[in-house]
Design a protein around this ligand. Structure first.
Ligand code: FDA
Length: 331
């Protein structure tokens, strides 16, 4: 498969000089500037902000998955707080009667780095709360040291309760094997490129290889009869997905496209208008500062995307305003 002349586009690990400057200066940036990242990728600080955004999306014909900002819980108390917040989120979304909404969690936010058993119990509690409402719980995939635990836990929960699915990252060398296991378990899968910076031992770093692996994995999943969340903003991959869907004669209830709020909105509209199911991830929460810092420091590409935004709006940036002026975000 040719990747359409994109050779030389940034590898996973390449950092342009401007991105490098931004990533290195993150700790010294004013909070208000960091807030622009949070504002770009999150609905707001409160659950009501997320509900408002989901409402807008549903009017546009999109489905939504609501997730909370935050990862790497510092202690058990924090995870108990998160459980309450997830229950409230499920209750609020249910009350609004939104069709096909889902909730997403990160296992490190539920205590995976503290105590595996605590994390498993927390996950099961949210899962059961979701199941009582006939809702599906997505479990995000995090850095490579957590992949095995996450897949084991998700597969176990899927076997016992049903209403959950796995996420796999196309940049990981192990994923083809994982996909075979997931196909055997007949579990729904979200396929992503992968957002964390990983070593060459565990992950492909070349942009073209990651794309080719994405297409290979997608084909394995679809041919295995798995319901796939095709999570990408890369139109090259979207085209490949459409090609496979066409060739395999799949119907529109056998897959869905997934995107992140605020990214590639035009492509999103094109897919909705063509009658495809499109799901948008809507994040909210108070941990926007820590979340944004991590994203900026970890992934130079995000620094690049945000640079464009920040430079574009720097002219309007006037002194010590609230970082979240203009929130809650509306679609
Ligand atoms: P690529 O990065 O090449 O982006 C294609 C184009 O989309 C870019 O050129 C740019 O225009 C635009 N774009 C992409 N990302 C952007 C951004 N952040 N801001 C602005 N513009 C952007 N990862 C992970 O490791 N675990 C997970 O659980 C998830 N979950 C997840 C859910 C959903 C719904 C999506 C869409 C993505 C994830 N990801 C993820 C992130 C994923 O791994 C990947 O890092 C991003 O989707 C970017 O890769 P693309 O496939 O979009 O291609």
């Amino acid at each position: 498969m040719s990747t359409g002349g994109r050779k030389g586009k940034a590898c996973q690990s390449n950092m342009g000089p401007l991105n490098r400057v931004i990533a290195n200066s993150v700790p010294f940036m004013p909070k208000s500037l960091i807030g622009r990242v949070g504002r770009r990728y999150a609905a707001g600080e409160e659950l009501e902000d997320a509900v408002r955004v989901v409402e807008g999306l549903s009017k546009e014909g999109c489905l939504a998955t609501v997730g909370m900002l935050g990862e790497h819980a510092p202690d058990e108390r924090h995870t108990r707080g998160k459980l309450d917040e997830y229950r409230q989120a499920l209750d609020a979304l249910e009350k609004q009667g939104f069709k096909g909404y889902r909730v997403a969690v990160k296992l490190t936010d539920l205590g995976l780095t503290l105590d595996r058993e605590l994390c498993r119990k927390n996950l099961e509690e949210i899962l059961l709360h979701a199941r009582q409402r006939a809702r599906f719980l997505e479990v995000d995939m995090e850095e490579s040291p957590f992949v095995s635990d996450t897949l084991d836990m998700v597969l176990d929960m899927h076997e016992r309760h049903g209403n959950t699915g796995a996420v796999v990252q196309a940049y990981l060398r192990r994923t083809l094997e994982d996909v075979q296991r997931l196909v055997e378990a007949r579990i729904p899968v979200r396929l992503v490129k992968g957002v964390y910076v990983e070593s060459r031992e565990v992950a492909y770093r070349d942009y073209d290889i990651i794309r080719e692996n994405y297409v290979l994995l997608l084909e394995e999943l679809l041919r295995g009869g798995i319901y796939v969340g095709i999570a990408t903003h890369d139109e090259y991959l979207t085209w490949h997905a459409l090609r496979l869907i066409h060739r395999m004669g799949l119907t529109k209830d056998q897959y869905e496209f997934q995107m992140i709020m605020g990214v590639q909105e035009e492509l999103r509209r094109i897919l909705v208008e063509a009658g495809h199911r499109v799901r948008v991830t809507v994040l909210f929460g108070k941990d926007w500062y820590e979340y944004s810092l991590r994203r900026l420091k970890e992934n130079p590409k995000i620094a690049g995307y945000v640079t464009r935004d920040v430079l574009g709006s720097l002219a309007q940036f006037a002194g010590p305003r609230s970082a979240f002026e203009g929130w809650p975000r509306r679609i």
